[in-house]
Each structure stands twice: as structure tokens, then as C-alpha cells.
Design a binder for this molecule. Structure first.
Ligand code: B12
Ligand code: SF4
Length: 636
């Protein structure tokens, strides 16, 4: 069986060589396509390079970078108009980290290289397999990276994964050998001849790095930042616009990396020990939906006296299905929740008073990031103000606004395609379909690019009415502390105590700075003043002194940051270059060979088996289909 696969692989390589100038070859891995996964002839001896797309990101360029689309979460889509108050931070490419951790082949990970750094890597070190992770707007970068790989390492197998794999016809745009949809761990394990059902090892990584606020960089020391925790991927709810759900199978489907609460608890204990953390950013689109696992985790946290804090994504309805005692007991301190938009018809919001839910959570110290969509099908220029008023009235700690966007692979995309509503690539570049600029389709009611104005209006109104998110979350944390500081259960008390600790000094200083900043804005000044007084009342004279001293520093830093931003300063993620244990072992054994040396001496040869032998291969049929469209003839 494995032999056959290797043979197929060789056929594929030869075939691919012959038609390289005509088309690329695509294997799409869905449930029914899994059989098409071959094993690389070198198995786990194959040298693997995994890379994210290249930066810089926050500038307009020919590859699809856009100034308004930095590689940041908050600045990009949440605190976009909050200037120096915006929360700035970067996140690693977790999908690639997971893959690297779970393969036995020597694997190097290059996260956020520049184009030059990527090319340098290709020139200096040879690889048998090069995997790139990307989302749809970055397709231009992937194209360029594939060209470079073909130029410098023509024998390497190129594998593309992540959300970009949902793009139809992508094999015609980029020159890759495999386009992998869904879980890359399983696919890579199969391709390397490993057991794809082995337990999934979790990377030991922080959820963010390079955090900055008010122009001040926060420490990146162990224990300062929550660990990333990835229990599952995908979401079975299957909302029609949801890319994440679609990538992992859509409605009713998802991929569980850890089935049980016990498995998850063990991972968390390891993260706690290794990274010295007490808090976790749970990167799972609907973590609480897996009720049995979540409740078992709660039991284990109670039994082992863990006062951990969990940041989660959750739909409102699922959240509502837990009691507040369970939510607090699980240490949920921050929730990302879809509010979607006034009159949104989503099952996940059915019968939930989202405004009351937000209030309830905040009254228990739980910070809420509400997520609203601008441009739902029934939104019109006449009703959009009402939509924005409704979103802003939730008074969440953070608010994300995104355009209603049919992303490839989703049911919404298919519907719009069928109805002829999508804009062609000639009319609208995929690089601009990032949700913060324009619709990639003809909206029934919102035309002429007005959507960007509506988005900005929503962000601005939220900021002007509710104030800087930093102040809002400080208020929520203080409320939580006041409620739980005397709680009879020390496990619960400990968490609130730990969370509120910075309010005694740094946060008090930040509020002082914000109050001073808004001294000419009566309403906002009053808000900040009340918050500062409440903090002082709660924590006493030491906090007053800290508030003033830190405050003066923070205020000066905030002004400096605003000047810097006004002058066009942008933040870019640092580049990471990491090897797994097998790659380190290979290197320490002195096996570092440049690509030129490798190409001369390698025993890796593409055999000359007749092409006709793989007539039955689904890959061939796909390639033929693709070529039919191009009007080319495949001589095989
Ligand atoms: C973390 C994250 C980010 C981070 C980026 C971190 C990074 N290094 O890339 C930040 C916050 C910066 C970010 C920014 C944006 N993001 Co984002 N982001 C996410 C988020 C929440 C989680 C991704 C993740 O780590 N998941 C967990 C891992 C395990 O899953 P995974 O990445 O899918 O990886 C698995 C498979 O896809 C596969 N795989 C992945 N890579 C590869 C590579 C190979 C070779 C193979 C074989 C397999 C493979 O294997 C992995 C393991 O199973 C997703 C939503 C989601 N839950 O997926 C959105 C998401 C990916 N982002 C999205 C978007 C639109 C954006 C922005 C454009 C949004 C914006 N306007 O702000 C920007 C783009 C910035 C830019 N200039 O490129 C969309 C993508 C839509 C699409 N169809 O392309 C998503 C799906 C959110 C959504 N539902 O709309 N994002
Ligand atoms: S509930 Fe959220 S994560 Fe799940 S399908 Fe809907 S939008 Fe996607």
C-alpha cells in the first residue's frame, strides 16, 4: 500500500515536471479525497520548511500588503480608530507551529520572513518539502513564494494550506504540488508516513508577543502573557459566512485535537509548568460548545485547586447555556462573542438578549469583546445608523466590526456566486477582501464603496461613546474584584486577586493618563475621573502615589505614540526561525547542505516510470480538467 503510494508520488513528480509549464497539480484533501495523500519517498527523512507569508504587511505593495491590513488583531479590526489607546500585539502562526510540533521529520519554521529572508533561506538550505500557510487576501504573496521555490529549489514539493485552500481555481493561480484543505497535522503525518492518529502534541507557546499600549511595550517575560491553547479547529454550528467552520468541514463538523477534559487538563498543566502561566488564550471558535469536555475540565480544575484564567470565543447561546457559577468556576475572564448585528437571523443568537448577557458577564468581571457585522443582507444606508447604535449600546469592553464577506468555501460564497453577485478578480483584488475596506460583491442596498464609511462610523461611535477599551476593561476588572474579593472559595478569590493586581499600579497610572488626556472633554473626563476615584478608594494611598507617577509617564508616552502614528509609524511582526528536535539533531550532526550541493549529490531522483501508469490517479484527472479549461492538450 505504502509502496503504491510512493510509486504514485514518483509518477506525480514526473508528470508534474512534464507539465510544469502548463499547470500545477492539486490534491485537495477533504474526507473523500484523503486517499489521494501519498507518502513522500523520503518519509520522515524528508527535510521540511514551513513558512508563513512574507511581510512587511502594513503598507501597500504589489503582492497584496495593505496599509490598513497590518498583521495585528486589535489594531486591524477592533481598536482601529483608538490611536495611541489601541492595543497592539502580534500572534504567531499557530497552525504551522502545531504541524511542526507533530511531525517527526526535521522541520524548520520561518514565521513572518521578509521576501529577502525567505529567498535567502531557499538559497542557503535545501528542503524536500516546503509548506506555506496563508489566508485568501495573501494569495499574491503565496504566488510569489512558489515562484521563488521553483527557481531556487525546483525539486522541492510545495504544499499550501490554511484558509487559502478554500479558494476555487487556486491551482491555476499558484504553482504548487498540493493544496491541503482542513487539518494539516493529519495530512503531513500521512505524507511523511507517520501514524496520523497519534495523539496531538501541543506547542508550548505564548498567545501573543510585542504587546504595546499607550506607546508602552509590555514585558514579554515568562508568565506575563497567556499561553495559547488549541483544543479544536472548526465549528459545527456552520453559520453561512463562517470560513473557519467551512475549512474544517462546515455544519456538523470540526476537528478535535483533544477529545476529553482530562487530555486538555494535562496539556494545560504542561503549559503552566513550562511557560509559568496561569492564563490561557483558548483558540477554539466555540470552546464551550463541547460541553462535556468543558465541564470535565471544570471538575479537574476544582479538584486540583487551579485558579486559571481562560480567554475564550463563544457564541451567545452556548454561553447562556452555562450557569454563571460554572463560567466563573472555569475561570472565564474574557469572552469573544458574536453579536452580529441588529435583526441578524442566526441560530446561535436565538432567544438571547445579548445586551443583558454582556451586562451580566461584566458584572462578574468578565471582559467582553462583541463582534458585529456591517452590511448584512437587510442593512441599508437608511437603517445602518440604527444597526450601529444597537451594537454600540452593548457597551462591550472591545468591539469588532467587520464587513459581511462571502469568503471562498462558505455557503454564503456559493450562494452569491450562483446569484452572480460576486465581483471578479479583475474588478476587485482578493488582497482587498480583508473585511475592513470594501465588499467583494454587489450588495443589494449599499453601493459605491459606502461600506468603509459605515465601518469607520461604527468604530468611531463606539470609541466616542464608550471610551478607550483600556478604560472599559479596567472598569470590568474592578467590578469583578469588588464582587469576588471576599468569595468563600479561595480558588476563585485567587484568580480575581491575580487579575486585579496591576490595577493597583500600572492600570491606575493608565487611567490617570487617560483622565488627563480627556481633560477638555467633559463627558469622557467624568468617566475616567469616576473610574480613577473608584480605584483609589479600593486600593488606598499606595495606589494614589503609583497612579500619579506611572500616570505622568504614561501620559507622555501616549502623546509620543500619537505623534509617531501621525507621522506614519507602523508596527511589523518580528521574524522567527525555529527548528524542531529532528532538525536540531540533523544540524548538530553536521548535516547542513546548501541546495546547490544537494542538487548535485542527492539520491533523490525523479524516476522515469511511464505516465500512463497513473491514468487512474485522481490527481491526473484534476490536472486534465484544469487544462481543458485552458484549452491545452496534455500528452499523457
Ligand atoms: C490568529 C488569527 C489571526 C492572526 C494572524 C496570525 C498569523 N500568524 O497569521 C491575526 C490576528 C494577526 C489575524 C489577522 C487577520 N486575519 Co485572521 N485569524 C486568526 C484566527 C482567529 C485563528 C487562526 C489560527 O491560528 N487557528 C488555529 C490553527 C490551528 O488553525 P489553522 O490556522 O486553520 O491551521 C490548521 C489548518 O488550516 C492547516 N494549515 C494551516 N496552515 C497550513 C499550512 C500547510 C502547508 C498545511 C498543509 C496545512 C495548514 O493545519 C492547521 C492545523 O489543523 C482565524 C480564525 C480561525 N479560528 O481559524 C482568523 C482568520 C484566519 N483570519 C482571517 C482574516 C480575514 C484576517 C484578516 C484579513 C482580518 C482583518 N481584516 O483584520 C487579518 C489579516 C492580516 C494580514 N495582513 O494578513 C480569516 C480568513 C478568511 C479567509 N477565508 O481567508 C479568518 C478565518 C477569520 C474569519 N473567520 O474571518 N488573524
Ligand atoms: S458560531 Fe461562530 S465559529 Fe461557529 S460557525 Fe457560527 S460564526 Fe463560525
Amino acid at each position: 500500500m505504502r509502496q503504491d503510494c510512493i510509486k504514485d508520488y514518483y509518477h506525480l513528480r514526473r508528470f508534474q515536471k512534464r507539465i510544469a509549464s502548463i499547470t500545477s497539480i492539486t490534491i485537495i484533501l477533504g474526507d473523500k479525497m484523503e486517499k489521494a495523500a501519498c507518502v513522500h519517498p523520503k518519509g520522515i527523512r524528508a527535510k521540511v520548511l514551513l513558512s508563513s507569508v512574507f511581510g512587511p504587511f502594513a503598507q501597500d505593495d504589489e503582492y497584496g500588503s495593505r496599509t490598513i491590513n497590518p498583521m495585528e488583531l486589535y489594531q486591524n479590526q477592533v481598536t482601529r480608530v483608538q490611536g495611541g489607546f489601541s492595543l497592539r500585539m502580534f500572534h504567531r502562526s499557530f497552525g504551522l507551529m502545531l504541524i511542526q510540533t507533530n511531525i517527526n521529520a526535521p522541520c524548520t519554521l520561518l514565521d513572518f520572513p521578509s521576501l529577502t529572508r525567505f529567498a535567502q533561506e531557499l538559497k542557503q538550505n535545501y528542503y524536500d518539502i516546503i509548506g506555506i500557510s496563508a489566508i485568501t487576501p495573501n494569495v499574491g504573496k503565496v504566488k510569489k513564494m512558489c515562484e521563488l521555490i521553483r527557481q531556487y529549489q525546483p525539486k522541492a514539493t510545495i504544499v499550501i494550506g490554511g484558509h487559502i485552500s478554500n479558494m476555487g481555481g487556486i491551482h491555476a493561480t499558484i504553482d504548487a504540488d498540493h493544496i491541503v484543505r482542513g487539518d494539516g497535522i493529519k495530512w503531513f503525518r500521512q505524507f511523511l508516513g507517520q501514524n496520523s492518529n497519534d495523539p496531538v502534541k501541543h506547542p508550548m507557546a505564548s498567545s501573543a508577543y510585542g504587546t504595546r499600549i499607550l506607546g508602552i511595550s509590555l514585558r514579554d517575560e515568562p508568565g506575563d502573557t497567556a499561553a495559547i491553547l488549541i483544543p479544536s479547529a472548526g465549528c459545527p454550528v456552520g453559520c453561512n459566512f463562517c470560513s473557519t467552520s467551512a475549512l474544517f468541514g462546515g455544519k456538523g463538523k470540526f476537528v478535535n485535537f483533544y477529545e476529553t477534559g482530562d487530555e486538555l487538563f494535562a496539556v494545560m498543566c504542561r503549559l503552566e509548568k513550562k511557560l509559568k502561566v496561569q492564563s490561557f488564550f483558548v483558540l477554539d471558535e466555540n470552546f464551550l460548545l463541547h460541553r462535556k469536555r468543558a465541564l470535565r475540565l471544570l471538575e479537574l480544575m476544582q479538584a486540583n485547586n487551579k485558579s486559571w484564567m481562560l480567554n475564550v470565543f463563544s457564541s451567545a447561546r452556548v454561553l447562556r447555556s452555562y450557569s454563571i457559577e460554572q463560567i466563573v468556576g472555569l475561570g472565564i475572564g474574557w469572552v469573544w462573542m458574536g453579536i452580529e448585528g441588529k435583526s441578524a437571523q442566526y441560530q446561535k443568537l436565538k432567544d438571547v438578549d445579548t445586551r443583558a448577557l454582556v451586562k451580566l458577564l461584566q458584572s462578574h468581571g468578565i471582559r467582553v469583546l462583541g463582534s458585529s457585522i456591517i452590511g448584512l443582507e437587510n442593512h441599508t444606508p437608511a437603517t445602518i445608523d440604527q444597526v450601529i447604535d444597537d451594537a454600540v449600546s452593548h457597551q462591550t469592553d472591545f468591539h469588532q466590526f467587520m464587513l459581511y464577506t462571502p469568503n471562498p468555501g462558505t455557503p454564503l460564497y456559493e450562494k452569491y456566486k450562483k446569484d452572480g453577485m460576486l465581483l471578479s478578480e479583475a474588478e476587485f483584488s482578493p488582497a482587498d477582501a480583508h473585511g475592513q475596506y470594501r465588499f467583494n460583491y454587489r450588495h443589494k442596498h449599499i453601493r459605491n464603496g459606502r461600506e468603509e464609511g459605515f465601518l469607520l462610523k461604527a468604530f468611531r461611535q463606539d470609541f466616542e461613546i464608550n471610551g478607550p477599551s483600556l478604560a472599559r476593561l479596567t472598569r470590568t476588572m474592578l467590578t469583578g474584584w469588588q464582587r469576588y474579593k471576599n468569595h468563600p472559595n479561595p480558588r476563585i478569590r485567587r484568580r480575581y486577586d491575580r487579575e486585579v493586581h496591576p490595577l493597583r499600579s500600572t492600570y491606575a497610572g493608565a487611567v490617570w493618563a487617560m483622565r488627563h488626556y480627556f481633560r477638555h472633554d467633559k463627558r469622557m473626563f467624568g468617566k475616567m475621573d469616576r473610574l480613577l476615584k473608584d480605584i483609589y478608594r479600593e486600593f488606598g494611598w499606595k495606589t494614589r502615589i503609583a497612579g500619579l507617577t506611572v500616570g505622568i509617564y504614561a501620559y507622555c508616552s501616549l502623546l509620543k505614540e500619537e505623534r509617531r502614528l501621525a507621522n506614519g509609524w507602523r508596527y511589523e511582526p518580528a521574524c522567527f526561525y525555529e527548528k524542531n528536535a529532528a532538525a536540531v539533531a540533523l544540524e548538530s550532526a553536521g548535516v547542513t547542505v546548501s541546495y546547490a550541493q544537494y542538487a548535485q549529490n542527492s539520491d533523490y531522483r525523479i524516476p522515469t516510470t511511464p505516465i500512463a501508469e497513473f491514468e487512474n490517479c485522481s490527481i491526473l484527472h484534476k490536472a486534465k480538467e484544469a487544462n481543458k479549461g485552458l484549452g491545452l492538450h496534455l500528452n499523457c
